[in-house]
Design a protein around this ligand. Structure first.
Ligand code: F6P
Length: 361
């Protein structure tokens, strides 16, 4: 019987998951291995086990398609985070069962594709004796151990496109347009899209804002004859000492659902400046659709490198992007350490030099 490896996708979906699956299956096939796809994230490892054999001849369309053909979940029995990013240990009986089922499937190794939460589950499985290799994904780009995660570039492209569209309608009506984008603890999407899309005010979790500062910027622009303003706000942005805006309560098996900051900011701007203000919450549009060329390449490199790590028996490691290379780092180096936007870094300084405001001056 051919050697077998398993692959699963965990946590929120993002563009490029299918491209990773394709790269893993094609690379494994060349080594003479079979690939078994575990469905619905880690849940598929529990009774009744849910999995499918992945055929390399059926991988063609996966390079460009969005979502994940394996399905995924960011809650349930394997939830690794609750509240606002608090870690949770997976009960030992759940780890036991997952390990038993990996063995029953005859898996030489399990490739786990996911963000901070999924990688921390992968690490717990590894410590429990399951040979795992990680592949980092998240549109938020907030994993410390890799310079970039896949899904991020596609999300930025979506947010920049939205900003381009808002630009023309804002200018036509002399309005303030507020675009709320994803980014729980890190403002990479807001900062990148804000700069790439020529935004005027960028609000990110790393830099607490004040309404006085935001409205001052709008008034200054008016005085210069710039009668419209584009505001990009990350869902996790907050005022100094302010709370997160949430739409859904945290549970014992899930994190709180963020959202609402865009409307709050718009209401204050309208009230304080008298400007007509509109809000767009981009939401899951940023996670849907196919990956950009950059993400397709990154996913292909990540997927094939993960198979190399399995071949070398480098378990407990995940692939990471350290330009110009793909490298292996211990999963323990990657989890629980957020990569946030440096408030004094080049990105923020570039934006400030161009006259953009972070709502803090
Ligand atoms: O972690 C990725 C992410 O897209 C965050 O930016 C966002 O807060 C969250 O997932 C949304 O999760 P859900 O799909 O459960 O609403």
């Amino acid at each position: 019987m051919a050697e077998r490896i398993g692959i699963l996708t965990g946590g929120g979906d993002c563009p490029g998951l299918n491209a990773v699956i394709r790269a893993v299956v094609k690379s494994a096939t060349r080594l003479g291995w079979e690939t078994i796809g575990i469905q619905k994230g880690f849940e598929g490892l529990l009774h009744p086990v849910s999995c499918m054999k992945l055929d390399h001849r059926e991988m063609g369309a996966l390079l460009t398609s969005g979502g994940t053909v394996l399905g995924t979940t960011n809650r349930g029995r394997f939830a690794a985070k609750t509240g606002h990013g608090e870690g949770r240990s997976i009960p030992v009986e759940i780890l036991d069962e997952a390990k038993r089922n990996c063995e029953a499937l005859g898996l030489r190794a399990l490739i786990c594709v996911g963000g901070d939460g999924s990688l921390s589950i992968a690490q717990q499985l590894f410590e429990h004796g399951v040979p795992v290799v990680g592949v980092p994904k998240t549109i938020d780009n907030d994993l410390e151990a890799t310079v970039v995660t896949f899904g991020f570039d596609s999300a930025v492209a979506c947010a920049t496109d939205a900003l381009d569209r808002l630009h023309t309608t804002a200018a036509s009506h002399n309005r303030v347009m507020v675009l709320e984008v994803m980014g729980r603890y890190a403002g990479w999407i807001a900062a990148h899209a804000g700069i790439a899309g020529g935004g005027d005010i960028i609000l990110i979790p790393e830099i607490p804002f004040s309404y006085d500062s935001i409205c001052r910027k709008i008034t200054e622009r008016e005085a210069m004859g710039r009668l419209f303003t584009l505001v990009v706000v990350a869902e996790g942005a907050r005022m100094k000492d302010g709370e997160f805006f949430t739409q859904g309560e945290a549970g014992s098996d899930r994190e709180a659902r963020l959202g609402g900051i865009g409307n709050a900011v718009a209401a204050q701007i309208a009230k304080r400046t008298g400007k007509e203000t509109r809000v767009v919450v981009l939401g899951h549009l940023q996670r849907g659709g196919g990956p950009t060329c950059f993400d397709r390449l990154l996913c292909t490199r990540f997927g094939s490198y993960a198979v190399r790590l399995v071949k070398e028996g480098k378990y407990g490691y995940m692939v990471a992007n350290r330009p110009p290379d793909t490298v292996a780092v211990k999963i323990t180096e990657a989890i629980g350490k957020l990569r946030t936007v440096p408030p004094d870094g080049d990105l923020v300084q570039t934006a400030r030099m161009l006259g953009m405001s972070f709502g803090d001056d």
